[in-house]
Design a protein around this ligand. Structure first.
Ligand code: F3S
Length: 428
């Protein structure tokens, strides 16, 4: 096979079948992928753990299941244990009979057998289903400078920007192949050059911007480029503590889904920005100024995909990406206080908060678990996007404070304060 990048003798041997035919095919795919992006060589994956994006046993994904079988039979297993994105189903999440039938019999009928394949391939354990694998409770936290083979866009942008790890925006399956070989092609966000900012974003708002709208505005403007954000440290500080990380999680997921950002730098806050300051900015970088009016313009322009724009919401999702422990506590307090203020006992719209199984376990050990249950909010480990990814949910009026969920589904976006107001007031 012809290729342009430089391979070590060992890599070339794998390509020529030294570790079997299956491994050779996996290596070939990685080399072709790297060549397509102008990679110069392969570099070792150095993170302790991997993360896969494909978590759902969708019936139509037959090629994935036969591929997994071939890999497992050929002994091409992941060299690193990995976590995986959230499951699509949870019996606790409201669904009517028709939805349940469609979910279990037609859409996700392969879930159990795919879960087994994931376990055989190297899944950490059956609690490792979350997009926020980097939460302390979950424990898949790459170190600064680690090379990763991940694909989940919200996790990639967090690992690159907040943790200072290095990972490209790979696609599903390619990231598994990187974990199998233990190497990834060297290009893009793995290189010093590829991590330089080509945009300066100046935040000039009068108050702390809503993370999901700020991220959305930046994503839509810079697309796949790297932004250097100035003026945000004024609102979120210069310490990467739990609150700031949770803010950046939501901000980053919006940059990655409303655009295709894989890395951002926040002046005086994120590791590379602290280390290198403005040396990270390319000459002739473009400038984007964000003030209150710009954020309002961005929110006002989100299309409402509901057939009846006045419909009463049937379901509300909070937690895409999955909520942190502190966010769960804050939401619990806010919902309880909102209901009390409005003289209600339970939320007026069926509401689901989503978080990683390990975060939910910890939360359930606290008195907040009862406080939240008393409000009627359901706590689940699912991916709301997977839940909504079917014709029945498409026509359902769902609300969310997630800009990622808004982008990929018919759900309607509201800011967190608006969501709180809607679910704690008498429904119209
Ligand atoms: Fe996570 Fe699913 Fe949202 S993977 S970021 S909860 S779309």
């Amino acid at each position: 096979m012809k290729y342009n990048m430089t391979l070590t003798p060992e890599e070339e041997a794998i390509l020529n079948g030294s570790q079997g035919e299956t491994m050779a095919k996996v290596m070939k795919t990685l080399v072709l992928y790297g060549d397509a992006f102008g990679a110069t060589k392969m570099v070792p994956v150095t993170s302790e753990k991997g993360h896969l994006v494909t978590s759902f046993g969708l019936k139509v994904m037959k090629p994935v299941y036969s591929l997994m079988d071939q890999l497992i039979e050929g002994g091409a297993l992941s060299k690193q244990k990995f976590s995986v994105d959230p499951k699509p189903l949870d019996p606790n999440v409201p669904a009517n009979f028709l939805q349940k039938t469609i979910f279990n019999k037609f859409m996700y009928s392969m879930q159990d057998s795919y879960d087994k394949q994931l376990a055989d391939m190297g899944l950490i354990d059956d609690k490792s289903y979350t997009c926020t694998c980097y939460m302390e409770e979950v424990g898949n936290i790459p170190k600064k400078g680690d090379i990763l083979s991940w694909a989940e866009s919200s996790a990639v942008v967090f690992a690159n920007s907040v943790l200072g790890a290095r990972c490209n925006r790979n696609s599903g399956i390619i990231e598994l192949f990187g974990s199998i070989v233990g190497k990834v092609p060297y290009f893009g966000l793995l290189t010093d050059e590829g991590r330089k900012a080509t945009w300066i974003v100046e935040v000039k708002t009068t108050k702390k911007p809503e993370a999901q709208i700020l991220g959305s505005a930046i994503g839509m403007k810079v697309m796949e480029d790297v932004p250097f954000v100035k003026g945000l440290d004024k609102f979120i500080g210069t310490e990467l503590d739990g609150d700031t990380k949770a803010y950046l999680k939501d901000f980053g997921a919006a940059t990655a889904s409303n655009g295709a950002v894989g890395l951002y730098h926040i002046e005086n806050l994120t590791p590379e920005a602290v280390e290198m300051g403005e040396n990270l900015i390319e000459e002739n970088a473009k400038v984007y100024v964000i003030d209150d009016a710009e954020l309002e313009r961005v929110q006002a322009n989100y299309p409402v995909m509901w057939k009846n724009k006045e419909a009463t919401p049937k379901l509300c999702f909070v937690g895409c990406p999955h909520l942190s422990h502190a966010q769960l506590i804050e939401w619990t307090d806010n919902v309880a206080a909102g209901l009390k203020k409005n003289g209600l006992k339970k939320v007026s719209i069926p509401t689901v908060f989503t978080a990683a199984p390990a975060v939910i376990d910890e939360f359930n050990k606290t008195p907040y678990a009862k406080k939240l249950a008393d409000t009627g909010v359901i706590l689940s480990y699912i991916c709301p996007l997977m839940y909504m990814n079917n014709p029945l949910c498409k026509s359902m009026p769902v609300i969310t404070n997630s800009n990622k969920l808004r982008t990929y589904t018919t759900s309607r976006y509201y800011r967190s304060d608006e969501i709180l107001d809607i679910i704690t007031k008498e429904a119209k």
